[in-house]
Design a protein around this ligand. Structure first.
Ligand code: AOF
Ligand code: ZN
Length: 375
């Protein structure tokens, strides 16, 4: 089907919404275009958390020309008094005649705007380009529906699928251009997670350099509280938060030393590692973390994969060959037992970064859960 004029205007609204990524979470990305006749008379987007909603910005731009216009918006206009007044009222007051919204607002307090607008006599279409809208805001939809952050797995590997040589050396597999992309990712997420093995082996800082749009909490999944208080993570814990997630086997003294260094120690009493991981994701959801980037190692990524907790993958593939049966790949754990259980990346995107291949996209749902799309 050729795109309709409605689709074209919504596409522009999605592009505007995208400008808020990294700045608005845990709120959704929202873009809005006001069209009078053939003319775009107003554009707007939700630009920062707590700031004005997209519709209000776009209608303000349109001014008197909003009367009789169509308002295109990537999310159902809110009907609630939140940090800002309801968008439904702003739309009604503007004299707009029609509203085209891509998807219903999943947030109970804000939802129902379409009904309000119809009652006020506007012509409302809800659900136009719904899949695109859910894809763009998949982390927001997940947080609302499952109270857990969107989990982004990142790894860099050689062409033959190794993340280190057999001796464990891993610096640097990907090139500088790839690493810059990783820092951009780090700069827009709420949490950056690694396992205790990676924290020990690499002594990483896990900060975005240069700093990004927000400062992530650095999270170490460390059942035994083995992170050294002298590590670069602990040593910088007062500059950017460090959360050490420990299990029942962690010694009190080790936890205390980490706390003294400025780390937050989050204790989980569950005996099974899989239960602790699930509880940690619940805790991060309670903290309204919308996106969490997991940078390895293989055990942590493998466990998350086995538990169907990875939502999106960013893989950097360097055109180098390492070889070796003992050289490991990005995911350990159990993995799937047959090819028809293998997960695939939907909407895969790839780019060339100075010779590295950067492949990214959301991961399919497990076959038994049905459905292919995120959100
Ligand atoms: C809209 N347009 O641009 C956005 C909406 O925290 P508040 O008060 O700003 O409200 C945030 C909620 O409002 C958010 O959870 C979502 O349901 C909706 N966001 N709605 O009409 C916008 N950002
Ligand atoms: Zn609103």
């Amino acid at each position: 089907m050729p795109p309709t004029p409605d689709d074209q205007m919504l596409r522009l609204a999605f592009m505007l919404a995208e400008k808020g990524r990294g700045l608005v979470e845990p709120n959704p990305l929202v873009g809005c275009v006001v069209v009078h006749g053939d003319e775009i008379v107003g554009e707007g987007w939700h630009a920062f958390f707590g700031g004005p909603h997209a519709e209000v910005v776009a209608l303000k731009n349109a001014g008197a020309r909003a009367a009789g216009a169509t308002v295109y918006v990537t999310l159902e206009p809110c009907r609630h008094q939140g940090k800002t007044p309801p968008c439904t009222q702003a739309i009604i007051d503007s004299g707009a005649a029609r509203v085209v919204a891509a998807v219903a607002d999943p947030c109970q307090t804000a939802a129902g705007g379409a009904v309000v607008l119809r009652q006020a006599g506007l012509d409302v279409e809800l659900g136009v380009m719904e899949q695109e809208a859910k894809r763009q805001n998949a982390p927001f939809f997940k947080l609302i529906a499952h109270h857990r952050p969107w989990v982004i797995a990142k790894w860099a590997m050689s062409l033959d699928g190794k993340i280190a040589t057999r001796t464990g050396e891993s610096r640097w597999i990907s090139n500088a251009a790839s690493r810059r992309r990783v820092h951009e990712l780090r700069g827009r997420v709420d949490g950056i997670m690694v396992g205790s093995g990676t924290a020990q082996a690499d002594d990483p800082l896990l900060t975005a350099r240069p700093p990004g749009l927000r400062t992530a909490t650095r999270i170490v999944v460390d059942s035994r509280a083995s992170l050294s208080p002298q590590s670069r993570l602990a040593a910088t814990a007062r500059e950017a938060p460090v959360l050490v997630a420990v299990g029942p086997a962690a010694e009190q003294e080790k936890c205390r030393k980490l706390e003294q260094a400025g780390c937050e120690v989050w204790r989980c009493g569950a005996a099974e590692q899989s239960d602790r991981l699930a509880a940690l994701l619940d805790e991060l959801g309670r903290r309204k973390m919308t996106n969490v980037l997991v940078e390895g190692g293989g055990s942590l990524l493998g466990s998350l994969f086995d538990q169907n907790e990875i939502d999106e993958v960013h893989a950097f593939i360097a055109p180098r060959i390492i070889g070796g049966a003992e050289a490991i790949g990005p995911l350990a754990g159990r993995g799937v037992e047959a090819m028809n259980f293998a997960r695939h990346i939907t909407d895969v995107a790839w780019e060339q970064l100075d010779g590295d291949l950067y492949l990214h996209g959301p991961i399919s749902r497990p076959p038994e859960a049905g459905g292919e799309t995120p959100g």
